[in-house]
Design a protein around this ligand. Sequence first.
Ligand SMILES: [Zn+2]
Length: 198
Amino acid sequence: MSNDPRAIQNATATATDNAPSGGRLRADAPCPCGGALPATSPRGDREGKSPTLPPRYADCCGRYIDRGDSAPSALELMRSRYTAYTLNAFDYLRATWDPATCPADLGADDHADHDIDRHTRRRDANPDHGVTPRWLGLDIRSHWIDDDTHQRVEFVARYKVGGRAHRLHEISRFSLAHVSDDRAAPRWRYIDGDLLES
Ligand SMILES: [Zn+2]
């Protein structure tokens, strides 16, 4: 990839088009999450804007999806799960989802829309199921630290299904817990979320 910023920006919009199903992005591809940051930090002071240019995938979500690094907070984990959706990386989505709430058939077929329908509880409202969604971008609204092992992230993810644009606006809950087969440090995992109308 060129180092020309314009080329990077142009590539952002089409990064997901270049990702093979279930595959990964090149290390120097712009990260699909865009490095999104909340406007307000957990302590209430301004945290700054999201970067104008997205970080490299290898420096952002690729650390967690491909290298197995532990996300330092629910914020990084949420971004990496968004990126995993753009990559159809269901193994990563399952590994970062509380087993008590993770759908048993997550990614069981190639139609990621089934999972999104379930995730958004919009199956009845979405006549376009059967077409894989195209993720368009992520905005992080808020990041709350509730206690040492519980955090929440409010986000808006935009996607298209069958040519129609949709918005997923959710407050997701995350917990820091030991993974059953992991004797190392505990890891952040997604529990569930509340949908917001916006
Ligand atoms: Zn990222």
